[in-house]
Write a protein that binds this ligand. Structure first.
Ligand code: F6P
Length: 347
């Protein structure tokens, strides 16, 4: 059996741990051969491969990023067609000519959406969920999230001390396009004075009231805002209307907008720190290494059982198999009551 592996979409800490677990169990327990595809769906689309054996995965457990590379290439987009062949047809031809019997796709909503489509077209495929945003509904947690939250929490801890020295408000912009999980967890763990998430539009007057109250108690306020959060009136979060291959806008700008407004309305100095890709870089936490490893072990187990068209998922403490289509059917956003319970800590 020859198994292809790819990592697609935004990278995230723990991807290498998944690849390592797949290869180690696949070789040792099942005697499989592996082939890595470079840069997400671009690899199978263009037949761009990299050797993948036990030697290739030695030492990668603690490494961030992905040894296979990643991209947001969308084989379902019109631009993926070539010579009268659709992107899907090109992938199927390349898998056939490379002798790939099964494919493991490690990715988020977009990558797994393509995997679902390929499965419907007869490709033997298993999915592994990944995203720092933790917004896939079929799994309780995705690896990468815990690392991103810890990085953001540490940044908040550091910003507290400098904000207090200078009596400034500090606005921390974290990732999270449509779901505010990173903002909520990092903000709660870091003792933020206000947390703003995409799921609930914010009122700038209310944010300023929390900021002023914090200054009155002789502490400097920290406002944690997800990149996709929007004010009640207007849509200041999408700084750039350029779309990626899956049709997503590139977010950014809401943190600076908030800093400007807070400074203007309260008369206090306000600065913005955008954490950006720092949240996705570097070594995964122990939680993410273990989750990623368990996902990898179970994904190759699913291949061995010929359980195709499924994604591995965490339910409680168990790794289960769910239909691939369920993975992308609904985005897991922060429920209103989870956000509301944190509001008592604001101000
Ligand atoms: O989906 C993960 C994520 O990190 C989002 O939080 C963020 O909006 C996006 O990817 C950024 O993507 P890129 O690295 O392509 O700019």
């Amino acid at each position: 059996m020859r198994v292809g592996v790819l990592t697609g979409g935004g990278d995230c800490p723990g991807l290498n741990a998944v690849i390592r677990a797949i290869v180690r169990r696949g070789v040792k327990e099942f005697g499989y051969e592996f082939i890595g595809f470079r840069d997400g769906w671009r690899g199978p689309l263009e037949g761009d491969t990299v050797p993948l054996d036990v030697q290739a995965v030695r030492g990668i457990l603690p490494r961030g990023g992905t040894i296979l590379g990643s991209s947001r290439t969308n084989p379902l987009a019109d631009s993926a067609a070539s010579g009268g062949h659709s992107g899907v047809a090109r992938i199927k031809d390349n898998l056939d000519s490379l002798g790939v019997d099964a494919l493991i796709a490690i990715g988020g909503e977009d990558t797994l959406g393509v995997a679902t489509r390929l499965h419907e077209d007869g490709v033997s495929i298993v999915g592994v969920p990944k995203t720092i945003d933790n917004d896939l509904s079929a799994t309780d947690y995705t690896f990468g999230f815990d690392t991103a939250v810890n990085i953001a929490m540490e940044a908040i801890d550091r910003l507290h001390t400098t904000a207090e020295s200078h009596h400034r408000a500090l606005i921390v912009e974290v990732m999270g396009r449509y779901a505010g999980w990173i903002a909520l967890h990092a903000g709660m763990a870091g003792g933020a004075n206000v947390i703003l998430i995409p799921e609930k539009r914010f009122e700038i007057e209310k944010v300023c009231a929390y900021v002023e109250h914090r200054f009155e108690t002789r502490y400097a306020p920290i406002v944690v805002v997800a990149e996709g959060a929007r004010p009640a009136d207007g849509d200041a979060s999408a700084a750039n209307q350029q779309l990626d291959a899956f049709g997503h806008v590139r977010f950014g700008g809401v943190g600076q907008m908030l800093a400007d407004e807070i400074e203007k309305r309260t008369g206090k100095e306000a600065r913005c720190a955008v954490l950006g890709h720092i949240q996705r870089g570097g070594t995964p936490t122990a939680f993410d290494r273990v989750l990623a490893t368990r996902f990898g072990l179970q994904a190759i187990g699913a291949v061995h059982d010929a359980a195709f068209g499924v994604m591995v998922a965490l339910r409680g403490t168990d790794i289960v198999r769910v239909p691939l289509a369920a993975a992308t059917s609904e985005l897991k956003v922060v429920p209103a009551d989870r956000y509301d319970e944190s509001e008592v800590l604001f101000g």
